[in-house]
Design a protein around this ligand. Structure first.
Ligand code: SDX
Length: 372
């Protein structure tokens, strides 16, 4: 019997859902949330307002914005039992391991009768607290409890460091930039979990585990590893050429959809450039040189910086350690994950693709002694 091989490796080009949440034009380098260009949103909106837009499909009025802001502020604290457990985790645990595990644990402590939307807000409010509490526990520092009067992004930086730093609005905008991006790997994985009608904690645990990988959200940490290893401008050319000769992937470059500059990378780079005019930003000059060499080498393959290339330099500027970069990605992307889960489940069908079997079919069983 002939087997027809029709495998779309990595599901490239395969549409798995119809969605009105975001649009990516990979040729033009454009990103749109619910009809609004990302450049417009980062200029005029806040993380709270953009979250409402992504969840509900339109910008909130004053009351609606007040509602979402209040809900996100009131739900920040973690159950005491969870904090106790976090104190017993090995201090060597990666913050993404902690985030993945604590989201999963929360599922056992939260009331089960909430709507998916209430659950989405609850987890969005609590993820920054999980991350900041782990930073404090890991570093043997006393916990700083959330403050309802602060914005979502400001409160996170406050819980990490005890004050809201200069340029904190850029951090808020960086969350907007990371909030949503169509059917990327973690959104797809979590939508698969949602399609089995599983609970929100399982959906978001799936998403966090998928985002963690260095080919996806984990790349932002790996970029900083690379920039640190390069160390100074003189080493860039040798280091990058060596990676290319060894056919290794250069972290923070390339994208399945963007075949031009990722608009988010462009925005991040420009912010850093603006701060750089007055202050020296660690690794920025090295990053610019890496970009120049990679763009030159891979002109034909259309490999450009993606969102993960410049984000770590900005977070590093705020004093955030590199192993906390991917959790910050998750802290923003939970909005997209939950929006897609809710949208997909309105017209749900369980995901069940197939694999084409190419192994043997007529083997005869023998036991461990060789008897048939
Ligand atoms: C994110 O999907 C999303 O939208 C994701 C994301 C989001 O917001 O959710 O944008 C966030 O995950 C950004 C990507 C972060 N990952 C990295 O920076 C890791 C490095 N990049 C890659 O490994 C890669 O570019 C991917 C994983 C991002 C995309 O993988 P694809 O689409 O499967 O592309 P590929 O690996 O098949 O590469 C195609 C060609 C290959 O060359 P050929 O074999 O055809 O000769 O391009 C080359 C690759 O070798 N290539 C690279 C490269 N990326 C692609 N070569 C060197 N360095 C790279 N980074």
């Amino acid at each position: 019997m002939d087997i027809e091989f029709d495998v779309k490796h990595g599901l490239e080009g395969v549409a798995v859902a119809i969605s009105s949440i975001s649009y990516v034009d990979g040729e033009k380098g454009e990103l749109v949330y619910r009809g609004f260009k990302i450049e417009d949103l980062i200029e005029n909106s806040t993380f709270e307002e953009t979250s409402y837009l992504i969840w509900f499909g339109s910008l909130p009025n004053e009351n609606e914005l007040d509602f979402i802001t209040t809900m996100l502020a009131k739900k920040r604290e973690l159950p005491e039992e969870i904090v106790k457990m976090m104190n017993s985790f090995p201090k060597t645990s990666h913050p993404m391991e902690v985030l993945r595990s604590v989201v999963s644990l929360l599922g056992m402590f939260e009331k089960k009768d909430k709507s998916t939307f209430e659950n989405a807000i609850n987890l969005t409010a609590k993820i920054p607290t999980i991350i900041a509490y782990w930073y404090r526990i890991k570093n043997n520092l006393p916990l700083i409890h959330p403050r309802e009067s602060l914005k979502h992004s400001e409160n996170f930086l406050y819980m990490m460091f005890g004050s809201v730093p200069e340029h904190s609005s850029l951090f808020d905008k960086a969350l907007i930039l990371h909030a949503e991006q169509g059917m990327n790997a973690s959104t797809f994985a979590s939508t698969v979990t949602a399609s089995t009608l599983s609970d929100i904690y399982s959906i978001i645990t799936t998403a966090i585990g998928t985002l963690k990988g260095p080919l996806h959200g984990g790349a932002n940490e790996k970029v900083l590893d690379m920039l640190e290893e390069i160390g100074n401008l003189e080493n860039v050319e040798f280091y990058i050429n060596d990676l290319i000769n060894r056919k290794e992937k250069i972290m923070g470059f390339g994208h399945r959809i963007y075949k031009t500059y990722d608009p988010r990378a462009k925005i991040l780079k420009n912010w850093i450039k603006d701060i750089f005019i007055n202050k020296k930003i660690k690794y920025f000059e090295i990053a610019l040189k890496v970009e120049e060499i990679v763009l030159n080498k891979f002109k034909e393959k259309k490999i450009y910086p993606n969102v993960d290339f410049y984000s770590g330099i900005l977070y590093n500027y705020f004093g955030i350690p590199k192993d906390f970069f991917t959790p910050i990605f998750a802290m923003a992307r939970i909005v997209g994950w939950t929006a897609h889960a809710m949208e997909y489940c309105k017209n749900n069908r369980i995901f069940r693709p197939k694999a084409i079997y190419n192994g043997p079919k007529n083997l005869k069983y023998k036991d461990v002694k060789g008897a048939e």
